[in-house]
Design a protein around this ligand. Sequence first.
Ligand code: ATP
Ligand code: MG
Length: 334
Amino acid sequence: ASPALELDDLSVAYTVRGRDLPVLANVSLTIARGEAYGLVGESGSGKSTVALALQRVLPANGRICGGYARVAGKDVAELGAAELRRMRAKDVAMVFQDPGKALNPSLTVGRQMAEVFEILGSSGSEARKRGEEMLGRVRISDPARVMASFPHQLSGGMQQRVVIAMALAKDPALLILDEPTTGLDATIEAEVLDLVDTLRQEFGAAVLFISHNLAAVASLCNRVGVLYAGKLVEEGPARELFSDPRHPYTAGLLRCLPRAGFKGGAALDNIPGFPPPPGSITSGCVFAPRCGLVQDRCRIDEPPLYEVGNGRGSRCHFHDRVDDLPRMSEAPPV
Ligand code: ATP
Ligand code: MG
C-alpha cells in the first residue's frame, strides 16, 4: 500500500502586501501506515502550515508553490472538489489544541457523535449506538453520561477524548494532532498521549504529531523531523535523533531540556537569538546566524539534506562535528 503521507519538496508561501513570503521550503517526509511521526520546531517554524497544506486548507493568502503532498497515494493538488471533500471526510482527521473549539457548545456530545456517523452513512439510531461504542473505545468509562452532556460539562481532557473519538470514527489513513495536549495538565496529557499510542496500534492509522514538547514526541513517535524556519533541518528515527543529534539546531533544542531528561514540557526558546523572519535568508544555511559551528561556507552554500546513516538526514555541512559544539550547562538527555 502507498504511505499514508508523502511530502516531496513541498514549498508553501503566504502572500502579504503583494509579497510572497516563503514559509516552507522543500520539505520532504514520508509517514508509513501505522507509524507515528513527530514534527518539532519553534513557534513560527511552519509546523501547522504543513498540516494545513497537505489537506489543502491553507488560509486564502497561502498556496503550495512547489512540490507535492500525497495522502494515501493521491496528489492533493490534483483532487477535484468531490475527491477533496472525500479526503477531508474520510482519509485525514485533525485534532487541534483546543477541544472546546472543535466541539459545538450548543449540542450534546451524543448529537455530535451521531452526526459524524450519519455523515459516514449510518441511520439515526445506528449512528447513536456507534457513537457510544466509539466513546468506549477511547476509554470513556460511562459513555451514556458523556453522550448526554454538553461540552462545557466535561473536563478539557474528556473533551479532547471526545474529539479524538470523532476523528477516529472516520477510520482515517492519517491522524494529525497539532499540539493536542497544550493547555492540559501533565497527568491528563500523559493519559491522552498514551491513548493516542494505543489507538494508533488498534486502528493502524498513521499519526502526524506536531508539538513543542520533545518529551511527548520522544514517547509517542518512531520518527521525527525538526523544522527550522520552514526547512526540515534534521530527520530520522526518534531514538537516534534524540540521543545523537546530527544538526546543531537539534542539539541546541535538546540542551535546553531540563537535566532530568524528557520530563516536563520543555520550552524550545532557550537558544540565543531568534529564528529569521520568513524569506529573510536567501543564501547559505538558515541556521547560520545562531549556530555555534558556523563557518564562512555556511553563509554561502545552502546545505543539502546529507544522508547521515540509518535513514537519517541532516542539513548541516558539519553534521559530523555536532559533538564539538560548545557545551552548555548540562549534557543532552537519554
Ligand atoms: P506555532 O508553534 O506557534 O503553532 P507553527 O510552527 O505552527 O507555529 P505556522 O503557524 O505554520 O508555524 O506559521 C509559519 C510562519 O508563517 C510564521 O512565520 C507565521 O507568522 C506565518 N504565517 C502563518 N499564517 C500566515 C498567514 N495567513 N499569512 C501570513 N503569514 C502567515
Ligand atoms: Mg502551529
